[in-house]
Design a protein. Structure first.
Length: 295
């Protein structure tokens, strides 16, 4: 009898031990059984294409920020005062600082108009900014409208022979460098952080539009890589630029709008559509045989 009870107790102990081990192996840290599938993740379905980047819009600066202000080239020399002439823009005063033709290295100054406004003509938005042609007989040029400034591109250098003066209007014409307040400087710093971010976002959009076109991708990347040096070339001479950063802000704004113009002008490339499998032509139906003639 004692032997029988001992045997039952041993069997019961082994059973409880095996059950405990089974519960431990099936706990929360246990590996799933072979063949069991892991639960599907809550994220995007595997293999789905990432969303395409979208451009960050920016409104082109209006002419109202220029009206009645004295704009100086590089915030230091010359003067250009823009006024309203009906619905158009005019220049009520313009003066250039340059270099003597007969004595290179010597400075000269030319007052072009004495109270008579010079007419300008709108020339669209070729690079995202409003552009105006200036009908200055001795030295015609064009400028793009920025926020409180105008940008004159290279290629308009000319001579005022009667004044023995060679001038080049290229550069950013804006407020005098030492008149920009501290409160405005802080505001421009915040603007520049946002505009720099917008520029990078729009660059990625333009690059994605190129798709697999390696030539276009290389051109777009080269333009963006060269932008920083171009901005430095334009802004290095602006008065007190290291203090206020006005020129860098406006040239970056111009770059954002130029990128948006390129994005809009890029030809639309529809997503590739896989051709449908061609269906096999059906075999022609056999003509019904006429019933045999009764004999």
């Amino acid at each position: 009898m004692r032997v029988l009870v001992a045997t039952l107790l041993v069997a019961l102990s082994v059973g409880l031990s095996a059950k405990a081990q089974l519960m431990l192996h099936n706990g929360p840290d246990a590996a799933p059984e072979s063949g069991a599938s892991a639960p599907a993740s809550s994220g995007a379905a595997a293999g789905s294409a990432p969303p395409k980047p979208k451009p960050v819009p920016m409104k082109s600066p209006g002419e109202e920020s220029l009206i009645g202000r004295d704009l100086l080239r590089d915030g230091a020399v010359g003067v250009m005062t823009i006024t309203r002439q009906g619905k158009d823009l005019g220049i009520s005063r313009i003066a250039f600082d340059g270099e003597d033709i007969s004595k290179p290295g010597e400075k000269c100054h030319v007052e072009v108009n004495s109270g008579l406004p010079i007419v300008t003509h709108p020339d669209g938005h070729p690079e995202g900014l409003a552009r105006y042609q200036v009908d200055l007989q001795a030295c015609p040029f064009s400028f793009d409208v920025l926020d409180g400034a105008v940008l004159v591109s290279k290629g308009y250098a000319c001579d005022f022979t009667a004044a023995d003066c060679h001038i080049d209007p290229a550069g950013l014409w804006g407020p005098q460098g030492n008149t920009i307040s501290q409160s405005r400087i802080k505001d421009m710093e915040r603007q520049r952080l946002r505009i720099e971010s917008d520029m990078r976002a729009n660059f990625r959009v333009l690059l994605s539009q190129a798709g697999k076109d390696k030539i276009s991708m290389k051109r777009i990347a080269a333009e963006q890589a060269g932008f920083s040096s171009d901005r430095e070339t334009i802004c290095h001479a602006y008065a007190l630029e290291s203090v206020h950063g006005f020129c860098a802000l406006e040239i970056t704004r111009a770059r954002v709008l130029a990128l948006l113009a390129q994005i809009s002008a890029a030809p639309h490339k529809p997503d590739e559509v896989k051709p449908h499998a061609r269906k096999k032509p059906r075999a022609p139906a056999l003509a019904a045989r006429p019933p045999p003639e009764a004999e």
